[in-house]
Design a protein. Sequence first.
Lengths: 182, 182, 182, 423, 423, 423
Amino acid sequence: MPETPVPAAVPAAGAPETGAAPGAPLRDPELRARIEDFLADCAHAIDDDRLEEWPGFFAPDALYRITTRESEAAGLPIGIMHCEGRGMLADRVRALRVANVFEPHTYCHLLGAPRLARAGPGLASARTNFAVVRTMQDGGMALFAAGKYLDEIETGGERLLLRSRLVVLESRRVDVLLVIPL
Amino acid sequence: MPETPVPAAVPAAGAPETGAAPGAPLRDPELRARIEDFLADCAHAIDDDRLEEWPGFFAPDALYRITTRESEAAGLPIGIMHCEGRGMLADRVRALRVANVFEPHTYCHLLGAPRLARAGPGLASARTNFAVVRTMQDGGMALFAAGKYLDEIETGGERLLLRSRLVVLESRRVDVLLVIPL
Amino acid sequence: MPETPVPAAVPAAGAPETGAAPGAPLRDPELRARIEDFLADCAHAIDDDRLEEWPGFFAPDALYRITTRESEAAGLPIGIMHCEGRGMLADRVRALRVANVFEPHTYCHLLGAPRLARAGPGLASARTNFAVVRTMQDGGMALFAAGKYLDEIETGGERLLLRSRLVVLESRRVDVLLVIPL
Amino acid sequence: MPEASLAHAGALSTPFAWPEEGVTRVPYRLFSDPEIYALEQARIFRGPVWHFLCLELEVREPGDYRTGFVGDTPIIVTRGRDGRVNAMVNRCAHKGALVCHKERGNAKALSCVYHSWTYDLEGRLMGLAFRDGLRGKGGMPADFRAADHRLQPLRVETFAGMVFGTFSDETPDVETFFGPSMCAILRRNFSRPVRLLGFHSQTIRNNWKLYAENVRDSYHATLLHTFYTTFKINRLDMDGGIRITDAEKPWHHISFAKRATLDAAAEYKAAEVHSASYDTRLEGPELLDAWEEFDDGITHCIQALFPTLAVQFTLNSLAVRWFTPRGLDRTELFWMYLGYEDDAEAERRMRVMQANLTGAAGLVSLEDGCINEFVQRGTRGGADAAAFMEMGGKTVESSEGSRATEVAIRGFWRGYREIMGLA
Amino acid sequence: MPEASLAHAGALSTPFAWPEEGVTRVPYRLFSDPEIYALEQARIFRGPVWHFLCLELEVREPGDYRTGFVGDTPIIVTRGRDGRVNAMVNRCAHKGALVCHKERGNAKALSCVYHSWTYDLEGRLMGLAFRDGLRGKGGMPADFRAADHRLQPLRVETFAGMVFGTFSDETPDVETFFGPSMCAILRRNFSRPVRLLGFHSQTIRNNWKLYAENVRDSYHATLLHTFYTTFKINRLDMDGGIRITDAEKPWHHISFAKRATLDAAAEYKAAEVHSASYDTRLEGPELLDAWEEFDDGITHCIQALFPTLAVQFTLNSLAVRWFTPRGLDRTELFWMYLGYEDDAEAERRMRVMQANLTGAAGLVSLEDGCINEFVQRGTRGGADAAAFMEMGGKTVESSEGSRATEVAIRGFWRGYREIMGLA
Amino acid sequence: MPEASLAHAGALSTPFAWPEEGVTRVPYRLFSDPEIYALEQARIFRGPVWHFLCLELEVREPGDYRTGFVGDTPIIVTRGRDGRVNAMVNRCAHKGALVCHKERGNAKALSCVYHSWTYDLEGRLMGLAFRDGLRGKGGMPADFRAADHRLQPLRVETFAGMVFGTFSDETPDVETFFGPSMCAILRRNFSRPVRLLGFHSQTIRNNWKLYAENVRDSYHATLLHTFYTTFKINRLDMDGGIRITDAEKPWHHISFAKRATLDAAAEYKAAEVHSASYDTRLEGPELLDAWEEFDDGITHCIQALFPTLAVQFTLNSLAVRWFTPRGLDRTELFWMYLGYEDDAEAERRMRVMQANLTGAAGLVSLEDGCINEFVQRGTRGGADAAAFMEMGGKTVESSEGSRATEVAIRGFWRGYREIMGLA
Ligand code: FES
Ligand code: FES
Ligand code: FES
Ligand SMILES: [Fe+3]
Ligand SMILES: [Fe+3]
Ligand SMILES: [Fe+3]
């Protein structure tokens, strides 16, 4: 009972070089380098448990959501985490530090090459596949999360800032719990 | 019973900067950026289930093979998949859509930095390590494939095209089945 | 009983664009490309079992250490491997070839984007997250190691060379054994 | 040991004796013995109990199907042409393949991909390929009767938008099983058409019964989930209590609290509640924006339905939570977030925000993802030891005035012990 | 339970009774009971059965060795100096270490790395380090006799380029075991020297016997593998049939079809074959380029040899397929693709292309990677239920005229039941 | 099968009989039978044996705690206010949760996060939240006595900086258990305050007893670990031997060698030692820089303490190694590297360099990471077979003159058999 319609033959062109990433390609080497470093820094801040720095990567009114591929496809408004504004990000970090109870663990982010594009004046978009390896205090190590970051990055200011980050997880199932941001 | 011969001492030079990748280094920032985006787009098209776009990343007479490290070392002509020409790629996609039966699942590609080189006029070579995380509909997530892409990329035209892609898997054992192209 | 002190609010600035990586950003496209290729070549030499080439990526008096996140945090001088000078790296390779007994297996390195910085005249620093997928001869494939490379790279000469590489593993537990260098 | 061998407690290779203190004691062996697990499959999951299958809205249209599990047994729920909801085992009558290998879909008929045996939406065999062979050769023998073969059906009842199924003919109807008091509150929660707002699941590394206890444990919330306490969303010093909804069958319960009635009690200072260390200013206070949705003043209400379902209305967050054993020490916990079709945009927005409190990353629930694993791991090597649960006394009866009690947990074990036939 | 405890069906902690309908019924318990698995190791894998070990070409030269498994037991196959093929358990006579820890190699002798006990290529202990200690201290006692210690040998026979081994002295010779009719077709396939063209494996998540059924299931191919049907490579409306090669021991069978004889039958329209939805134009038609390789008109031929081997010649694709249990619900399936040494380049090219049809990514075989898992999962919680297999009747006899039958599967179970001693 | 059921060998579902040859034979079933594993938990890990818990330096300050395992049972070790070291089961007296879920820390009291039951550093229940409910409602019944509830304590003794614990009152004191000769050498090694230099662990894929054998196997080192041999760090042709430290209870032993006495023996040529192929020039010879640290000439000394501890002094590398079962075929091996507080910088540097020889990546130890797995895998399907260990004779007695013997392994099995009660 295959519901999928029979596809057309190979698309004549299909502009594969831009693919899903919207907007014009972003090829300025300097800006590419800055964004690559920025994305790496954001991941490393989490991996190194410098979580208090993490909200600083976002614009004051940034949107940060973690959801699943399945929920996103279904257009469901509730995912797994939903923060509006840097303050809510900071609240998450402080809850983790002082309120929440969980077994100590660390993340190691593996980022694929970010697919960059121009999304408007002073705005870049990036789609970055990622995987997060979680390690428990006893040395137990596992692939905890995989998915993609869909980012909007403000490039106008002196420092780059995330205007929005949508984290789309491949799996709708979380192993144990999610407390350290992805 | 170690069959390996005793190795010589450290090679005097061994040109480690080029290593296995053939040809001259490719350092033109613009072309590097185009190829990086191209490789990412090709992976994202698969990950996002835009499979009908996938053959469009290949030249009309392209060669696409999936084989294993062990088979490649033994010089065996039969690997796991062998397609000659864009048409066979399209047939694979259409068979997946309308004929083959399997449990729904998705891929998430993680690409390492591509090692680029000039392979001739209008031709670049790329060796890219990759891992593919497969997620089943019930949320079960696992490392499905790891290996390397050995690509020949036509850089002469307005759009980049794969002249050939050899996918060399680390493992000779496939978990359950392989139907979505790697 | 949370020992962690209550954190301050969001750091005013926190220079997230440089984060943990020391020194000034390194944005010269040519040098970035050379270093990216160099790091990939070093990983590919191991993955392709060209281990005899591996010590050639290091300066003659280079320091190479593998340790764990936990040991590093505790400032313990003994990690998992400690080599001073290219000679000890070569000894490791030769022991692997002729003396040590283990089941054949291969590595596939997945490197994240290296976070580069200038660390002094003719010296660059790089922090690169990595994962290593280990595949046994029977096809058994698993995430064997994840962590970060903390590198010092000599950029003055004709060829790049590692002055030091600190491999910090996420897990303090090794699966079975570690004989092929990471 | 084969599942087949464990229809009765008498079949256990090691006899089980419940401690004489009764359900104030629970031997840890119950969380680590594979024979007990097999026995539960027969007595509880295939026994005289109503099991939550899905929400009606998941099979809204005729032909909609949705797969799931009752214990280890794979299930299909369908909406028939006649609009009625059906449930059957997802096991082909031919050779046992999953008939539906997709989690959701819509189909005119259920066709097994292996040999194309095809069933109607009630699970009756409609036809099979090459039944008469080809050109008179091969095919089924003359005495083959399609009517003898069908997908094993479950009894199905829907209530308040929820679909329940049971394998047993003895199970009383749903409203009797859950009791009028429970059904009343469920009607309150599902008084208007609901819409799905979110869905995800968690793997928790513990025996399913540890989560069943956790849901009924009104004693832990304020101590473990300090975010709750700190932000005064739910504390034991609010008016609230535990209502055992059926004194005869104290398997289910309702836990409720009225936020407005908070009257900070001295015991909170005494209690080792480490939330004391947390100052209560939120930088993003909109997180807790809420409105009085009902006039009974109840702002926090959880209904625990035996064995594996909980419905919660916390502030304005309506969620259905259920869990499925995935082996002796693994359980999958499902979260389904709901709103009403006619919610105003501002209301939906608040429900979305409040969802941050619960689920796999919930500010006040994430601890439950690991705490039951801590019990699973803590009890290793302790199969002969037992839990001690006398908080709120040793009896099983409603505790309208206080939630500093383990009465609801004792109620669960009362039901468990009875159904399992563990003397 | 220790393997040691299960030499006889009588040792099962839960007695097993086969349904009175006989092999038209197969209780699902057989796929989920660890004691049955242990019993199979003793009765089938260490019992009076020939097991495929490898191809002769894998141990071509003297000193070549190749490791593998018979059931759970690790095995070494060697080519001796005398050119004869030997097989022995890969378990050192000293303390049980794997003697060969590499999958393949060439060695003058087999030396265990742990304490350097060294064996000749037949597995006889040749020597051991420090047998007499050092300077007369330590070493083995005076009564130690090297001749008392050796690697446990298997009986070995080679046939048609294949190496078979058995643990039992009762097993009749290979040609008797498989029967003349089977041996004839194997000779046809291996009439000329073969060359290895490809090799890979799959992990399938099902009990090994579900794949054994699958290989013998001539009823499913046209229905599940719709690529087959669509491209008219193999359909039930071609001349073809099932040959039980030994009426007394109906454990093995040959399935064959003649592509040229296709005469599209009405039943195909009737059958719920969803391939109908697929138009048959290939954009890369060279995929199916083939030539008439034999004059018997047989274009599709599968030989299933009890218990875990299949040889297939589909169009021009010659492959040897075998599988090994990796636990109760895991099986490893191996694919070895062959051509003839004297193939013309164009012929080899066609074999390479046709390999796209089979294997882990095979356009007409990939479904078998998951379908047996669907059965494994569908039968969970159903240990007391059984499969129903009366397609093509209830008997076990050749069905030359039709493959719309389950006769070959019933034949497998006849053999299984007999060897396992399951009354 | 529940752990609870296996307090005695008589409870085994399959009777076990040790071969008449005694401890020169070890049935492979002992490495693959889950019931044996469960029996070991009761008889050995919860039995009359001292188990290594940690080093004193890991709980140096009052309030320091460190968690670990004795077999499968989770443990907490604490340093009390009174400076004494305590050990208790990491299982809350309330409902069994891990009381400490962090591996290390310092705390005034041990507070379980689930319901805040709080224990002092000796494990006595100090208080619990809402014991009297709130405002007189809820809380514990009148007859609740805190004194009836505590964390299950272990007996603890410290010796030479090591902390040992036992569950049994029968266990004699530590010095009696290990014997004067063993204690003397331990005192030699820990004569001065030590400092932690390194710590990591390995997962090895074998039953824990295979590693226990490996540690006692003086016969394999020179043959398997060819780096040892090649660089003449430890060879059988140095003066050295095996000292069984207690003839009555030959469970423990000391293995020693004097590097300076090497007198290359002809047997090394004879022996199939593949290190012959390795020329001995190191490009980085500083790896082996060492100094004479003791005046007894002993340069290589391993103390194996029943059941799962080894202390080693190789050249100048002092390490404590212990292992914990993680299931039937998994074991975690821990390495802790030590130096003395008053080491000179040059000395510490040499200890750091020499650590390259051992551990998970040790040039002379990495083989032990896989060799026991080779035995685990080699013995699959061989539950009825047994290891043969007559090197150095059939008795269990010191072998001062030679290490070409398996006497220490036989000693281990003597103890194992006695404690397990396996006739
Ligand atoms: S198993 Fe479903 S049709 Fe055969
Ligand atoms: S185990 Fe093979 S030589 Fe000892
Ligand atoms: S389980 Fe520890 S306080 Fe309840
Ligand atoms: Fe909770
Ligand atoms: Fe098939
Ligand atoms: Fe060793």
